[in-house]
Ligand binder design. Structure first.
Ligand code: FAD
Length: 474
């Protein structure tokens, strides 16, 4: 055995010969410590995450995924699965284990007549949008184009089209995956339907997804969208107005409120640089003229410091806030749901936002409703469809001591708890432990996820995720 060259997790065992055999089995690259690409290959989006896997296997297709799963199982190695690498807690990289990195798998086929896309699991949101917008179509997905489709879809998928066409999970028609025992399956309403249900909100617990089939919707290519910036003095009135406006707005309107410090970027008016503001991010996913009419009251409200709403390509909207979340900065996130958004909740949001410890940090209120809320609560494993809004407190800083930033996010979330309770969207969780994963699901949903886990991954091979622990087979 020649284990010394590799950081190997306790209990795992393999030798150079086994690794060489895996390397031969893979069509993609196998990167180990000592390889010139190792330092870059072990990094994920959150620069705070600093882990040393024993090996990183770049998968080019199903056969590579099957080989990687078999290797991890046979040698008792922790197995991390990486799509876009945006798990805030860094679940897609591990110490001393094997990382299956699906980023080479970027195939996408669009069938405009059936309005269906088949997308491989290594695609990023922007890459999928680019392919579908070629036909004026889109999959409802998230708001930052460098996020991976796989992790986002498996947890739920909220974004600029969710009130119009539902969450990403509401638009999944089928999932292709390799299970813990190396079997390739296709799950849909008619094939392994219980697995299909679990995959739409239950995260990476049930296998390694190799491709998704999505329903497409006509979107754009031009939409009315953008941000309106308000001075903090108007924040209370603007939040109240946003709440009342969205309550009766048509499904085409999608809205977020974001507390942020205006960065010194040429896209923002120079006199606002460095000032904390409340941004209203909005789009109208329909005809521009209808959008002008429907959004007029919102744009006429108060005395904005800047109105940057106008016609823009859908792909531009999808990358509009990319620059606010670059790779490599340090991030600490706390999130939850809001059920009561009264004056006290609004005052709390403003008071806590003002305490931000870094000018890069943001606090986001994403308004629900519309198509996403009309899907029955038990139709998919994604829960919390009945809430008016979710919040994300994203502490962002260049490095150094995370404690004050983490404390800001934690205290902010704690202050909001009386207005929302325990619920949380699973994809916004960091490394917060099993009790918090339970809170991401109603009890009946969680029990059903455990039953699916017992069936498809009874030994918990897929445990580096927001883990649904099996109750058999351990
Ligand atoms: C900047 C930023 C913006 C975001 N914006 C949104 C948003 O607008 N809407 C939203 O809903 N969420 C959003 N998120 C949260 C996002 O959905 C999650 O972080 C998601 O896990 C990212 O997926 P990924 O593939 O990039 O991440 P990864 O870190 O690669 O994967 C995360 C987890 O997903 C699982 N996984 C990944 N690939 C596979 C696979 N092929 N098979 C099985 N399991 C897999 C694994 O458990 C893995 O640990 C955002 C996150 C960030 C960092």
């Amino acid at each position: 055995m020649a284990l010394a060259a590799f950081p190997v997790a306790p209990g795992a065992a393999f030798d150079d010969a086994a690794l060489a055999a895996l390397d031969r089995d893979l069509a993609g690259d196998l990167i180990t410590p000592g390889h010139p690409g190792y330092a870059a290959a072990r990094r994920v989006w959150n620069g705070m995450v600093d882990r040393y896997p024993a090996a990183i296997a770049y998968c080019t297709g199903v056969a590579d995924v099957v080989a990687g799963i078999a290797f991890a199982r046979e040698h008792g190695l922790p197995l991390a699965v990486r799509g876009g690498g945006h798990s805030v807690g860094g679940a897609s990289v591990c110490d001393g284990g094997l990382v299956l990195d699906l980023s080479p798998m970027k195939g996408v086929q669009v069938d405009p007549a059936r309005r269906v896309a088949r997308a491989e699991a290594g695609l990023l949101l922007g890459e999928l949008d680019r392919a579908t917008q070629e036909y004026g179509l889109a999959v409802p997905a998230g708001q930052v184009s460098h996020t991976g489709i796989a992790g986002l879809t498996l947890g739920g998928g909220t974004g600029w089209l969710m009130r119009t066409h539902g969450l990403t999970v509401d638009n999944v028609l089928a999932v292709e995956l390799v299970t813990a025992d190396g079997e390739f399956l296709r799950a849909s309403e008619t094939e392994h339907p219980e697995l299909f249900w679990a995959l739409r909100g239950g995260g990476g617990n049930f296998g390694v997804v190799t491709a998704f089939e999505y329903r497409l919707h006509p979107v754009g290519p031009l939409l009315l969208a953008g941000v309106i910036l308000y001075p903090m003095e108007q924040a209370h009135e603007v939040l109240r107005f946003s709440r009342d406006f969205i309550a009766t707005a048509p499904d085409e309107v999608n809205l977020v409120n974001v507390f942020l410090t205006v960065p010194p970027a040429p896209t923002f008016p120079a006199h606002l640089h460095g000032q904390q503001v409340l941004a209203v991010g909005v789009n109208y996913a329909g005809a521009i003229e209808d959008g002008e009419r429907v959004l007029a009251p919102l744009r006429a409200f108060g005395a904005p410091a800047a109105d940057m709403v106008g016609p823009m390509p859908y792909v531009a909207l999808q990358s509009m806030i990319d620059a606010a979340a670059p790779h490599g900065l340090h991030y600490w996130e706390k999130a939850g749901v809001l059920r009561t958004i009264d004056d006290a909740a609004i005052a709390t949001l403003i008071e806590e936002a003002k305490k931000a410890t870094s000018p890069m940090s943001q606090a986001i209120v994403a308004w629900f409703g519309g198509a996403a809320s009309r899907v029955p609560g038990d139709a998919t494993a994604f829960a919390h469809r009945d809430v008016p809004a979710m919040f994300w407190i994203v502490a962002t800083f260049p490095g150094g001591d995370p404690a004050p930033h983490a404390a800001w996010a934690r205290d902010f979330a704690a202050a909001l708890k009386p207005f929302g309770g325990d619920g949380v969207y699973v994809n916004t969780l960091g490394s917060e432990g099993s009790s918090r994963v339970r809170e991401a699901y109603p009890a009946a949903t969680y029990d059903r996820l455990v039953a699916a886990k017992n069936r498809y991954d009874p030994t918990n091979l897929f445990r580096l995720n927001q883990n649904i622990a099996p109750t058999v087979g351990r």
